[in-house]
Ligand binder design. Structure first.
Ligand code: PLP
Length: 408
């Protein structure tokens, strides 16, 4: 057999793999793969469910899988019934008069983001997003030929750093991704921040002669704790589009359904709608499966128990603070972001692993010095973990961070 000396895969794959190296390094090099299925391990690493699914979701899926006509499992695009359900639900929830035709059904927020970015970004265009980010923003921007521009949030308040965003805007800026409530900070950006951001984007769009799109990534919109209110950036800026997933509020990230929604304020909607459909085909039929679309009217009304989640948040925050950890109280989502007692968060994660606790080092989130806890863990996991968190904290206070750990 002839041996070829050339590359077996397309050259851009190296660049794409590099853009998602942080989370992949974690999965490949931490104890995650070995320990995450061990029932004795407190698994706070990724936002996966650690309980059985909601029975309502199971019933809705069983009901939806039963065919009622010959087209039940035919190719499904954004089905008019799904679009109606989502538009009506968004109208009620946000008070924005969405039209069904402006809802593109996607494979979760993941698919919606990939489509949104492909639709507006030309090669060389810059896309701003904030640190700590969701792991795959960079990868998706690079995949569209765009240039990621990263702006850290304020490390004390976790609010957007508007001055830094302003400095990052150039004539090549095409889009900014805003994730609220934020993974991993749990911050809901307040109306004042969103107003000032909108004014800044409007000014820059006029100066540069083309719109800067705001991609509002809102998969945690319905996971908001008592005393807090969600504000969608779509209410503040006309060139804003929304990405959403049902995977968070139902805790079913493996059942891939969500949407990309354009508000009526968005100029050139007809052209955008057509472009979205083109990208969904080109990307490899990026529409959700038939069964999920049949179930959407039921799924849209359901939620995990947010009060229970809040109790887990409160228990964990109180217990960690008692031990000595610095940790804020998130306003939404299911994440905590405590400070790592060692600057080297990767080393601290390894220390926690010795106590059968899996957490995500801040370095993986491009936010060194912190670590992320997912409260999708069960109450039992939380209780088992506390002595381990305590021992690790006391050890870290007595010992300097080990030199030369192989973090990223
Ligand atoms: N955006 C953010 C901020 C997320 O945290 C996630 C998932 O973790 C996604 C998008 C993708 O969501 P899904 O996998 O449910 O489509």
């Amino acid at each position: 057999m002839q041996v070829f000396m050339n590359q077996p895969v397309a050259s851009r794959i190296t660049e794409l793999a590099h853009a998602m190296r942080h989370v992949m390094t974690y999965i490949d090099e931490s104890a995650y793969i070995v320990k995450s299925t061990d029932p004795c391990v407190s698994n706070f690493a990724l936002g996966n469910p650690q309980d059985m699914p909601l029975t309502g979701v199971v019933d809705a899926l069983k009901h939806a899988v039963e065919p009622r006509n010959k087209d039940w499992f035919a190719y499904k695009l954004s089905e008019p019934e799904s679009q109606e359900v989502v538009a009506a639900s968004l109208r009620e929830e946000l008070g924005i008069p969405f039209e069904p035709d402006d809802i593109a059904m996607t494979n979760g927020a993941f698919g919606a983001l990939a489509v949104a970015i492909q639709v507006v970004v030309d090669p060389g265009d810059e896309v701003i997003f904030n640190l700590p980010p969701w792991f795959f923003y960079e990868n998706m921007v690079v995949s569209a030929g765009g240039v990621p521009v990263k702006v850290p949030v304020d490390r004390n308040t976790f609010d957007l750093d508007l001055n830094a965003i302003e400095r990052a805007i150039t004539p090549r800026t095409r889009a900014i991704i805003v994730n609220t409530p934020n993974n991993p900070t749990g911050k809901i950006y307040p109306p004042e921040t969103l107003e000032r951001l909108a004014a800044m984007l409007t000014g820059a769009s006029h100066r540069h002669g083309r719109p800067i799109y705001l991609i509002s990534d809102e998969p945690y919109r319905r996971i908001v704790f008592e005393g807090n209110t969600f504000h969608s950036p779509l209410a503040f800026y006309p060139y804003a589009m929304m990405t959403y997933s049902y995977g968070k509020v139902l805790l079913t990230p493996g059942e891939r359904i969500g949407y990309l929604a354009l508000p009526p304020s968005m100029p050139d909607r007809k052209q955008l709608r057509a472009a979205i459909r083109t990208v969904q085909f080109t990307g490899g039929f990026l529409f959700p499966n038939a069964t999920l679309q049949h179930a959407i009217a039921d799924l849209d009304t359901m939620s995990i128990d947010i009060e229970r989640l809040q109790r887990k948040r409160d228990r964990m925050v109180e217990a960690l603070r008692e031990i000595g950890y610095e940790v804020h109280v998130p306003q939404g989502t299911f994440y905590l972001l405590p400070k790592s007692p060692w600057d080297d968060d990767w080393a601290f994660m390894r220390l926690l692993e010795k106590h059968d606790i899996l957490c995500l080092p801040g370095t993986v989130l491009e936010f060194p010095g912190f670590f992320r806890i997912s409260l999708t863990a069960s109450e039992e996991m939380i209780e088992w973990s506390l002595p381990g968190f305590e021992s690790a904290f006391q050890y870290a206070r007595m010992q300097p961070s080990p030199a030369g750990t192989d973090g990223i």
